[in-house]
Write a protein that binds this ligand. Structure first.
Ligand code: HEC
Length: 464
């Protein structure tokens, strides 16, 4: 990221936070039916408008390299049009708040936020559910986090206990919306479990979810522990609201950062573990029996532990028995874990076209045929006298490996059973496109294609 791009992200975050605080303060004024945080709003409105202009100026610089093009960007680009529109709508909200009522002012504020939510990732993808979830998510987050500073101020003034009581239902419903929509979005935008664990975007989402759970715990504490003990608990409530406000603003900043990263489904996820869970082996009767028996034994151990809690006198014997059973049973679950390389879940970017197959054929002849043979049967001139014979690439077995695993072997090489390199890696010599095209050629050249296409276990996990 260049300095300019970083500045752009920082300003974008500033705009988001200012919007949130304006909207949230208006919401608190309505919920409390009192003009709390008026002096806050008096400088928040102009700050927001200035930040938006600064953002657009920088955006112009990034787009055209010339600040004086700002009018051009404003009038003739979608970003410019949307920003101009939002700017005018916020100006209207300010005027209405100034001269009339927060209840009127919140209407243009909602409109401006809908425009804002429209430019995020969720809105870009076509799925109607995802769009709705994205919009609800932004609304919930902005309304709630943005209202906390004003709430904190309100809890210092007259009628604090009454305001706190009226506010809690509002806070809790916002949090519920945020959490539910977060899961909907994480599911689809991050590319499932693999995307969550394997991409920067997924990691940022995981941090966000963890912080959200902390916020949820705080909100529940306010509602069920502190609110019923008002007004005595007012001091603790205020401190807790302040904590919540700080964490909430951090989460919003993270969210703003997220919207400037590419979502997980578009980048190749790096699998962080050297194993993966696979239920393929469950097709084999004997192995399935082994795993289910181990699961039964573990269940039994759980029951014995329960007994240990209920019956004091046999406690230590029961705990010891359960531990021994668990110790014997757990290793059998190894069967469900298979090795996985970091690129295991990568997907080919070649498109598997006649062109890529032809390119792969040429690259194969130049780099691989000496060992694997021109036809791929493992009978190249160099094969003779090798410690471990080159694999037969025409065998049905090739289809057991997803593209990402083949990619790893071709780019990083393969070890024999003795852990010494038997096949060199070609990652330095061949670029990604060439490696994917070689994989296309290997599949095209293989006469044992299974019914229903490639085994591609990796693909199945990516799509769920
Ligand atoms: C120096 C000889 C050599 C060269 C060159 C070579 N390989 Fe190999 N390859 C091997 C050997 C040996 C194995 C078997 C490794 C093992 O079983 O542990 C192997 C295994 C493989 C496998 C694993 C097949 C399976 O089903 O387990 C693939 C795929 C493969 N090679 C592809 C290629 C491609 C593609 C190239 C060219 C870019 C290439 N190899 C170049 C020696 C070579």
């Amino acid at each position: 990221m260049s300095a300019l791009e970083i500045a752009l992200v920082v300003l974008h975050t500033g705009v988001l936070l200012a919007q949130a605080c304006v909207f949230g303060t208006l919401a608190v004024q309505i919920v409390a039916s009192r003009k709390v945080g008026n002096h806050l709003l008096a400088w928040l409105f102009p700050t927001l408008l200035v930040l938006m202009l600064a953002w657009l100026t920088l955006q112009t610089l990034v787009l055209t390299g010339d600040v004086t093009d700002i009018w051009l960007v404003l009038t003739s680009s979608v970003v410019g049009n949307m920003t101009a529109l939002r700017w005018l709508v916020w100006l209207l909200a300010w005027a209405l708040w100034r001269w009339t009522d927060p209840r009127l002012s919140i209407l243009p504020a909602i409109t401006a936020l809908v425009f804002y939510a429209n430019v995020t990732h969720a809105a870009v993808s076509g799925d109607a559910w995802l769009r709705a979830a994205g919009l609800a998510h932004i609304f919930g987050a902005v309304a709630w986090v943005g209202s906390l500073p004003a709430l904190w101020l309100a809890l210092d003034g007259p009628g604090a206990a009454r305001i706190a009581k009226r506010y809690t239902w509002f806070g809790l419903s916002c949090v519920a919306v945020i959490v539910v929509t977060a899961f909907v979005q994480a599911q689809t935008l991050a590319g499932g479990v693999v995307g969550l664990l394997g991409t920067d975007y997924g990691h940022a989402i995981l941090v966000k979810i963890a912080l959200l759970l902390v916020l949820l715990a705080l909100a529940l504490r306010h509602r069920f522990t502190l609110a019923p003990r008002l007004p005595e608990s007012l001091g603790s409530l205020r401190r807790s609201v302040l904590t919540e406000a700080v964490i909430g603003l951090v989460v919003l900043s993270l969210a703003s950062l997220l919207s400037s990263l590419p979502p997980g489904e578009h980048v190749q996820p790096n699998w962080p573990f050297s194993w993966r869970v696979s239920f393929d082996l469950m097709d084999d009767d004997e192995l399935r029996r082994e795993v289910t028996n181990a699961a039964r034994a573990l269940g039994g151990a759980g029951l014995i532990l329960l007994l240990a809690i209920l019956a004091r006198r046999i406690r230590w014997i029961a705990v010891a028995t359960a531990s021994v059973i668990a110790w014997l049973a757990i290793p059998h679950f190894d069967l469900l874990f298979l090795p996985a390389e970091p690129t295991y879940f990568w997907q080919s970017t070649s498109g598997n076209t006649p062109g890529s197959i032809a390119a792969g054929k040429t690259a194969y002849a130049q780099n691989c045929a000496s060992c694997h043979g021109v036809g791929g049967a493992g009978d190249g001139p160099q094969a003779k006298g090798m410690r471990i014979p080159p694999a037969d690439l025409t065998a049905a077995h090739l289809w057991d490996h997803p593209d990402g695993e083949l990619y790893w072997w071709i780019s990083h090489g393969m070890n024999g059973p003795d852990n010494r390199l038997v096949m060199p890696g070609f990652g330095e010599k061949l670029d990604d496109d060439t490696i994917w095209s070689i994989i296309d050629f290997l599949h095209d050249n293989n006469p044992n294609k299974p019914e229903g296409g490639a085994a591609a276990t990796g693909h199945m996990m990516m799509h769920h």
